[in-house]
Design a binder for this molecule. Structure first.
Ligand SMILES: Cc1cc2nc3c(=O)[nH]c(=O)nc-3n(C[C@H](O)[C@H](O)[C@H](O)COP(=O)(O)O)c2cc1C
Length: 334
């Protein structure tokens, strides 16, 4: 294994732990589209163009959201070392893949909340199975909205049954449009229902059961055609808690920020014993995305649509080994 260099006053081993933690972030199809360049005074987070999803995410919006989620997790891991990180987002317009530079910005003990969120990193998992019928309480919803706001985003919790029904129709429409495209299906197959040897992609064991006719929400099929049997007697919730994460602005910087907010929301949920899954088709297909934006108020661009509730335990998805996450440092003569 490559030696991970020391950085930011931490040993190589500590940096390896940091990057392993950051690499537990969620990403569309578990592409883990990030790499890190470790220099003595800066850790650079890069988007990995080899891990793009050109069909479903042609503008790299979700790729940057995934990188933002990894960045938030890295910030938490640094906080646990009493390091207050200084972050520069997208510092170089000529290198758009350089998502962030992370530097040592002084010493500050981690807050209890940061420690709580960090403990939730290995517990957080996308859960595509039916949730229990115990509702997410108002105070839990408030905590999730607060988590988004603390990272400069806004979580719109859908309370109105008519709005929820309209979003459900948008999900069906977007799903139909996506699965009618052979290129979409080919890309999905490359990254999902993956075999046991893969360290990326979504294994079939992480896919949920296919919704039955009485279930009104459509979920993406990760089974590669062999959808798991339905759990007898347990339908998907008819009225799941649907939440839309929106950013104040649009563009690459807003997307990285939305990714940081997403991970904060997901970790706050996991720390409270809540699970989440995604309905990204609605924001991936142009027509439904614009309609969703209008539906929830028209100003902020919707970035992520989630279903949140109380789930049963699910297996973890694989991750690449830390040595694979580290990009080589430039040679001194370069
Ligand atoms: C921006 C974004 C969009 C996602 N969209 C979907 C989706 O539409 N359907 C889905 O089942 N999972 C979706 N996911 C979840 C990923 O598949 C999941 O994060 C990845 O497989 C890693 O698994 P984990 O979250 O359990 O660690 C999305 C994740 C991100 C960050």
């Amino acid at each position: 294994m490559n030696q991970i260099p020391a950085a930011l006053g931490l040993t190589g081993e500590q940096v390896a732990d940091l990057l392993t933690t950051a690499g537990r972030a969620p990403s569309l199809h578990n592409t883990q589209p990030w790499s890190f360049r470790v220099l003595p005074h800066v850790v650079e987070l890069h988007a990995d163009p080899e891990r793009r999803l050109p069909v479903v995410d042609p503008e790299d919006r979700e790729l940057r959201i995934g990188c933002g989620a990894a960045l938030f997790t890295l910030r938490l891991a640094l906080a646990a070392h009493d390091i207050r990180p200084t972050i520069t987002l997208l510092p170089d317009a000529t290198r758009p893949d350089l998502v962030a530079e992370v530097r040592h910005g002084g010493t500050k003990p981690a807050t209890p909340e940061q420690r709580r969120l960090l403990r939730a990193v290995p517990l957080r998992r996308t859960n595509r199975h039916p949730f229990t019928d115990v509702a997410v309480t108002r105070s839990e919803q408030y905590a999730l909205r607060r988590a988004a706001a603390d990272e400069g985003a806004w979580l719109h919790v859908v309370q109105d049954p008519e709005q929820r029904a309209a979003i459900q129709r948008l999900a069906v429409r977007a799903h139909r449009e996506q699965v009618a495209d052979p290129a979409f299906l080919a890309e999905l197959r490359r990254w999902t229902a993956t075999g046991p040897g893969r360290t990326d992609g979504v294994p079939a064991t992480s896919g949920g059961p296919q919704p039955a006719p009485q279930d009104r929400w459509v979920l993406r099929d990760f089974s590669g055609g062999g959808a798991p049997e339905r759990v007898p007697g347990k339908d998907f919730e008819h009225e799941p808690l649907i939440a839309v994460l929106t950013s104040h602005l649009s563009g690459p910087r807003a997307e990285v920020q939305a990714g940081q907010a997403l991970q904060r929301v997901l970790l706050a949920a996991a720390a409270d014993g809540l699970s989440a899954s995604f309905l990204s088709q609605i924001v991936e297909v142009g027509g439904p995305r614009n309609e969703l934006r209008r539906l929830i108020g028209g100003t902020r661009p919707p970035q992520v649509v989630m279903r949140i509730g109380r789930g049963y335990p699910v297996v973890a998805t694989p991750r690449r080994p830390v040595a694979d996450l580290v990009a080589p440092a430039p040679s001194p003569t370069a």
